[in-house]
Design a protein around this ligand. Structure first.
Ligand SMILES: [Zn+2]
Length: 86
């Protein structure tokens, strides 16, 4: 896949390089976790283009490599399939 993403530091909407993220900042600057189960949650990295306001969030890379956490998602969440909307 070669989808252009704001993670590269370039805004996919307006092309600006004025992209900022909150990775490696103190937890107080972070949006709340996304709860997966009673004991597990995702950490969220937020990206914003300060030129056009485009805003995007991703689950932190290290969480996506966390097999136990991903298995918990598979157990607790619904698998999304291409069905009708609503
Ligand atoms: Zn932009």
């Amino acid at each position: 896949m070669n989808v252009e993403t704001i993670k590269t530091g370039k805004c996919p909407v307006c092309g600006s390089n004025e992209v900022y993220d909150n990775r490696n900042t103190t937890p107080a600057n972070h949006r709340k976790f996304i709860i997966v189960s009673a004991t597990k949650s995702f950490n969220v990295d937020s990206f914003v283009c300060i030129n056009c306001g485009y805003f995007k969030e991703f689950i932190r890379d290290e969480d996506m490599k966390n097999e136990k956490l991903i298995n918990k998602v598979k157990e607790k969440w619904n698998k999304t399939s291409g069905g009708k909307i609503g």
